[in-house]
Design a protein around this ligand. Sequence first.
Ligand code: SAH
Length: 395
Amino acid sequence: MKQMILKPGREKSLLRRHPWVFSGAVARVDGNPETGDTVAVRAADGRFLAWAAYSPVSQIRARVWSWDETDRIDGEFLRLRLGRAFDAREGLISSVAGSAMRLVHGESDGLPGVIADRYGEVVVLQLLSAGAERWRTELAEAVRELTGCTCVFERSDADVRELEGLPAKSGVLHGALPAEGVQIREHGLLYGVDVAGGHKTGFYLDQRDNRRRVGELAREREVLNCFCYTGGFTLNALAGGAKSVLSVDSSAGALARAQDNVARNDLDAARAEWQEADVFKYLRTLRDQGRSFDLVVLDPPKFAPTAAFAEKASRGYKDINLLAFKLLRPGGLLASFSCSGGIPAELFQKILAGAALDAGVDASIVGHFAASADHPVLLSFPEGDYLKGLLIRRT
Ligand code: SAH
């Protein structure tokens, strides 16, 4: 019998339905399970707690598939879970949101380590844990069948795979990518998505509704969009009637795609200015040039993947937000985001308060941002609540 026995008292988090077993909680593993195998997780007294995927090299030694002892973890079980995740999105995301959606959001959909993003006829699958990898073939087949998509493309090349002892993998699992490239529509705007080479699975779907909100606020404003990637906030600001949008990113490839996306939508390219630069340095340049803006967007990459990086990340957030406050005209808006799981919302708010203080400006929170509805957060898994943002108005 493949099973994992916990140390006395270490069953508490599982009883609260938190889906991870950390290595320090494990007393013993029986039956020589291989990486990704299903084990029965038991309390010290032998009580059944959960079925979980075993990951011998990861600090997260097991991830829970099911709390029900009568379940059998196999292809059919995973298919039902996928179906449940797809159903959960029905009616939550309006059809005007567009043709791209996160179909599976890992732990929050009861599928630890499994991400599936739909871009029209293409579904990008990202398998991030030993358990997800173990069921790769079954998951890909079920995704194909349940969605009827023409292509399943794997992007299992995120850094976290290393923590699970898994090599990076990327490529077609089913069908073929459309020769003309992948295009999606989001809140009325078209984007080309590089599913094979772009960040994550190609696009930041979590910011869908926040991009639109920022677009609505952009009318007649001079906008600075930092960390613009393929131009999500830029396109929305232009469509929303911004006077001008200066977009900054360190990736030349992302900037090229962003400009292509502006052209795709017949937006006025003359109102768009592009800068390939390190935002940390370029904000100082703008300050030294005496530039100022009516709306600043800061959507940096993850500075703190876990709480261990929180201190260094806090300094990074404070730095860019302080500079952004200095560039903001009175009455101007700052839309500031953090997608760091290691930075909780309260800490993020404190960092911004410190940044405003040191910049010498008075400012108020006038809105909150979170991920779109296709990125649910399981109540028993607060780690799923990684994206937070504040809309701040300089007095
Ligand atoms: N707002 C975007 C997503 C931003 S992703 C959207 O809505 O789609 C973060 C971006 O930051 C990436 O494009 C990455 O190339 C860029 N980036 C990372 N570090 C940077 C730095 N120091 N300076 C400038 N850009 C950076």
